[in-house]
Ligand binder design. Structure first.
Ligand SMILES: C[S@@+](CC[C@H](N)C(=O)[O-])C[C@H]1O[C@@H](n2cnc3c(N)ncnc32)[C@H](O)[C@@H]1O
Length: 247
């Protein structure tokens, strides 16, 4: 599934998801997630946005952080995010029906994000294999990333090493558990254990993040809508969890 996020179709969907209008009254997801991050850590020097896609949460996090690095495995998404950052505008195509599409333009000015563009960087990288120098972060945000990774368990076990003391990890996920992205052997939850007890992904996250990080606030459901065509949308409920050193 490594090419899944490299197509025109996915680019259009994610540009609309990040920079387009609200659908069915559901607030913009990356903007809401960044608001939640900034509610926990209103100010900081360095933030890391893993699986940033076309970059909206990266721009939003720079409202509170001096330096924000947005990383994604998709070259296509990172090229789009970087073009929007440097030019201030980016046009993209949205599918209406079948082969019919129309053009839209995202504008940083219109979204009040021009000023943050100077504090962010975008790069292609694998969140499951990050270079050692990517550490010392006050906040790490992983938005709807863990259920797209081949081995989310090792990612979660290691991520605390990249946080500063007092740093916070914010994860969102709809826990969709698709074997095409995460082989069944690497699921961290979403199954019954040998005693027939359900193990949720939240249980699996607690186990992998402990003892370095623990839940520091109540998990929150955050809905989102992704427009596929003029008449078809995905309406999903992610769970947002905030992890820190505890009290
Ligand atoms: C479901 S999308 C979520 C994107 C964005 N965070 C959001 O909430 O809109 C998952 C993103 O993670 C990226 N991704 C998947 N595996 C990755 C990996 N190993 N390292 C970095 N990014 C990855 C994909 O390219 C895609 O942009």
């Amino acid at each position: 599934m490594t090419d899944y996020y490299e197509t025109d179709e996915q680019l259009g969907q994610y540009m609309d998801f990040h920079y387009g209008p609200e659908h069915f009254g559901v607030p913009n997801f990356p903007e809401t997630c960044a608001e939640r991050c900034l509610a926990v850590k209103p100010r900081g020097e360095r933030a890391l946005d893993l699986g940033c896609a076309t970059g909206r949460s990266t721009f939003e996090l720079a409202r509170g952080f001096d330096h924000v690095l947005g990383l994604d495995l998709s070259q296509r998404f990172i090229d789009a995010a970087e073009q929007l950052r440097s030019a201030g505008e980016l046009s993209y195509r949205l599918t209406d029906e079948g082969e019919i599409s129309h053009e839209e333009t995202a504008s940083l000015n219109a979204l009040g994000l021009s000023e943050t563009a100077g504090r962010i960087r975008f790069e292609v990288a694998d969140a499951g294999n990050l270079p050692d120098e990517l550490s010392g972060y006050d906040l790490i945000f992983a938005g709807n990333l863990i259920d797209r990774m081949p081995n989310p368990g090792t990612f979660l076990q290691d991520i605390h090493q990249r946080l500063n003391p007092g740093g916070v990890l914010v994860v969102t996920s709809p826990y969709t558990l698709l074997p095409d992205f995460t082989p069944r052997a690497h699921w961290i939850g979403g199954y019954y254990d040998s005693h027939g007890e359900p193990v949720t992904v939240l249980d699996g996250m607690k186990e992998r993040l402990h003892p370095h990080l623990e839940l520091i606030q109540k998990p929150e459901d955050v809905p989102f809508v992704i427009r596929e065509t003029r008449r078809k949308h995905q309406h999903t409920l992610a769970q947002l969890t905030v992890w820190g050193e505890g009290v």
